[in-house]
Design a protein around this ligand. Sequence first.
Ligand SMILES: NC(=O)c1ccc[n+]([C@@H]2O[C@H](COP(=O)([O-])OP(=O)(O)OC[C@H]3O[C@@H](n4cnc5c(N)ncnc54)[C@H](O)[C@@H]3O)[C@@H](O)[C@H]2O)c1
Length: 462
Amino acid sequence: MHIAMIGTGYVGLVSGACIADFGHQVTCVDKDATKIEALKNGEIPIFEPGLQDLVSRNVREGRLSFATDLNEPVRAADAVFIAVGTPSRRGDGHADLSYVYNAAREIAAAMHGFTVVITKSTVPVGTGDEVERIIRERNPDGDCVVVSNPEFLREGAAIHDFKHPDRIVVGTDDDRAKQVMAEIYRPLSLNQTPLLYTARRTAELIKYAANAFLATKITFINEIADLCERVGADVQEVARGIGLDNRIGNKFLHAGPGFGGSCFPKDVRALIKTAQDYDVPLRILEAVTSVNDTRKRAMARKVSMMFSDGIRRKTIGVLGLTFKPSTDDMREAPSIPLITALQDMGALVRAFDPVGMTHARSILPDVTFCDNAYECATSADVLVIATEWEQFRALDLRRLHDLMATPVIVDLRNIYRPDEMHRRGFAYVSVGRPTASPALGDPEAFDRLSSADKGRAAALVS
Ligand SMILES: NC(=O)c1ccc[n+]([C@@H]2O[C@H](COP(=O)([O-])OP(=O)(O)OC[C@H]3O[C@@H](n4cnc5c(N)ncnc54)[C@H](O)[C@@H]3O)[C@@H](O)[C@H]2O)c1
């Protein structure tokens, strides 16, 4: 089957390469000439584990190619995917659908013969109707069906997720389109992946409802974490205790600095706006957004509370900048409001991220970017773990302890154990768990805290 993928970003490139790997003939199209030039030269413009190999192999075997102009690929295609961005519209939180509608106009002019146009971008209910209207208006004689096929992959595990999805949602009631969709995804249905056929509007809503539910689950456990801190309970044990209940499940119950990334924040906002337009306010989601937005900056207070005299002119090392590990995506990363708030409080921020620093440099001014975690920790008054990259899970704690001006760690991802950090002589604060302080274990480390901070550290554990 011939496929054109319009939009070659995190979703389009992964989907295009995986569909080529299924055996189809795929052209990935993007308006960004630099991106396409890089891909033609064998370079992958994003960081996604395994993508380099997958793309190279499918290019080499002649199933995957790249173009800036969609005319030829769309003309030859049996199916055209729209995988362009749908960011928040400036000012009001609605999804900005201009990229989707522009792509629809261009597809309408180029398509030839029966063509299935598939919206893979996350789009509000009713967008498929509008895409269909645009195509019919532009090309009244065209033979085309518009299908919704939302994508559920996670950055950092995108190839695995695309090839082993829990389900494939296909929104159409057209039999010819169903046949084309079944053919595209045949290797997955052979592996027993359920293809869930629904009405187009239902498919569009499934995607938003899924993301909104997961964002709610994260926000719920974050609030429970705050309560744990007050009452002396451990949120990880609470999460385990409730997650073992099959009705609840153990995923998305990790307390942290609040959700970010390229999808959850914008999708929750867009769903709230859609619901308001239909006069069905979604109050739970309104609370989720507001709690989450407040939380990210509040994490800076967690840092400043470690020092009795605040953090003005203190050096803060931040480990991890991307919104989660194994991606270079900085979109709405919690590290951004955290660092901005720390700077607003007068702190000097140093930072290190294994792959996110190229993007981070253009977003975060006045940050000193370091080459590794230890350089970031050098002379720092406090080290904040903002993203749980694998390489931060097994840091040389003795070395860290020696390098820092004061051995204070704020672990926003709960990747270390409070009792161990305590034993190693760190003042250690995490999210929703007991606090540890060096007041007991390591007199030398404790001596390096100011007298006020000694009192504070002792108070933290008492
Ligand atoms: N990133 C994720 O993890 C993820 C997961 C599931 C769904 N989604 C959804 O998928 C969609 C795409 O997200 P993304 O993260 O891949 O975005 P992205 O910004 O990484 O990529 C979008 C690409 O589309 C290109 N583009 C825009 N208009 C074009 C046009 N007319 N012709 C050709 N190319 C065009 C842009 O240049 C860009 O490279 C969004 O709706 C998003 O919500 C994303």
